[in-house]
Each structure stands twice: as C-alpha cells, then as structure tokens.
Write a protein that binds this ligand. Structure first.
Ligand code: AR6
Length: 187
C-alpha cells in the first residue's frame, strides 16, 4: 500500500496528476510560495473560482485543516485542492500537528470524491508557515500512509499514487530520511 507514495524533487505546477494540492491561506485569494506559483502558472480561472467559493459556501474563508477544490486552470492537472496548513507554534504543538495531519486527510478525501487517482502534495506549512521540515515531513508521510492503508477506506481504495513534490534538494532529502525512518518503524 505505502508503495503508492512517491517522492520527487521539483515544481508542483509541472506535475501531470489529477489533483495538485495548494498550501493556501484561509482567504483562498492567493499568496506567496507554492500558492503564488500555482496561481501564476494556472492562470486567472483558479482565482475566479476561489472568489466564487468565497461569495457562496466559504464566506468566512477556509478553516485551517480543511480542503476545497477548484479547476486547475492551465496547469497540467484537472483540479487544484486548496488546503490551509497551520502556522507553526511550539506552545500549541499537539493541536496544530493535528490540523496539519487533517490537511492531508481532507485533501485526499476531496480529491478522491472528485475521482482523482493521482494527487501531488507540496510540504504544507513547511515554508512561510514555519513548520520544522523534518517534523512536517513525518506528519505528511505518516498521515498519507495511514489513509492509503485503509484509514479512510474510500479515499484509500481510489488513489493510485500520492506524490510529494519537494522544492529543492534539501527538502527532498528531509522527506527521504523521514520516509526511511517510517518504513523502518513498520519493520
Ligand atoms: N512546487 C513545490 N513546492 C514549492 C513550490 C513549487 N512551485 N514553491 C514553493 N514550494 P509555502 P506554507 C515549497 O510557503 O508554509 C502562502 O503565502 C516551499 O519551498 O508555499 O504552507 C500562502 O498563501 C515549502 O517547502 O506554504 C499562505 O499564506 C513548501 O512548498 C502561506 O504561504 C510550502 O511552503 C502558506 O505557507
């Protein structure tokens, strides 16, 4: 099951997958980092749909830990799943780590409901939101492995590949080490 997780170093806006996950903020109206890159490469259609979401169901914005999908515009993907990671704060570690895990679970659930079989994730919260990379990687990988292993029966069965797209060799190395540690723990 866990072999359906892959790690690549690269730019998430270039991935040919069904759904690309965006590390957004609760406004859904764009930002820096991977969010900025997705809107730039995907074009204005994505923002238009985000604005419509804000005008309808998501008037107060998207809560941390939740996920919602839009078109992928001009990206080589069908959908963008926007999720809002928590800002890192050591004093509230447990609660916020739970929210970070929720980003991965909710994004996979939304993607699977749309019919996506392949999903690409960035390292949510590990950039501007300041989550220590090694811990962000451990939470990301453990949560996705759990979903694929049947923690969410529907999402787990629907997904053929969950690809982590890591920006730069350093973040790629961090994920690779975290992945080896997790696999080691499984025996
Ligand atoms: N492809 C893959 N990963 C990328 C790309 C890319 N094109 N660009 C950056 N990354 P961040 P966050 C990596 O800051 O910490 C925005 O302003 C980046 O190197 O994008 O969740 C939002 O609007 C890092 O490893 O997301 C929010 O306000 C990872 O993606 C806030 O930033 C996540 O970094 C969210 O902060």
């Amino acid at each position: 099951m866990v072999t359906r997780i892959t790690l690549v170093e690269g730019d998430i806006t270039e991935q040919q997958v069904d759904a690309v996950v965006n590390a957004a903020n609760s406004s859904l109206l764009g930002g820096g980092g991977v969010d900025g890159a997705i809107h730039r490469r995907g074009g204005p259609e994505i923002l238009e749909e985000c604005r419509r979401l804000r005008a309808s169901h998501w008037g107060k914005g998207l809560a941390t830990g939740r996920a919602v999908a839009t078109t992928a515009g001009r990206l080589p993907a069908r959908w963008v799943v926007h999720t809002v990671g928590p800002v890192y704060r050591a004093e509230e570690y447990e609660e916020r780590a739970g929210l970070l895990a929720s980003c991965y679970r909710e994004s996979l659930r939304v993607a699977a409901e749309l019919g996506a079989r392949t999903v690409a994730f960035p390292a949510v919260s590990a950039g501007i939101y300041g989550w220590p990379p090694a811990d962000a990687a451990r939470i990301a990988l453990a949560t996705v492995a759990e979903v694929l292993d049947g923690g969410d029966a529907e999402a787990g069965a629907a997904l053929a590949e969950v690809r982590f797209v890591l920006f730069g060799s350093e973040m790629y190395g961090v994920f690779e080490r975290a992945w080896r540690e997790l696999l080691g723990q499984d025996g």
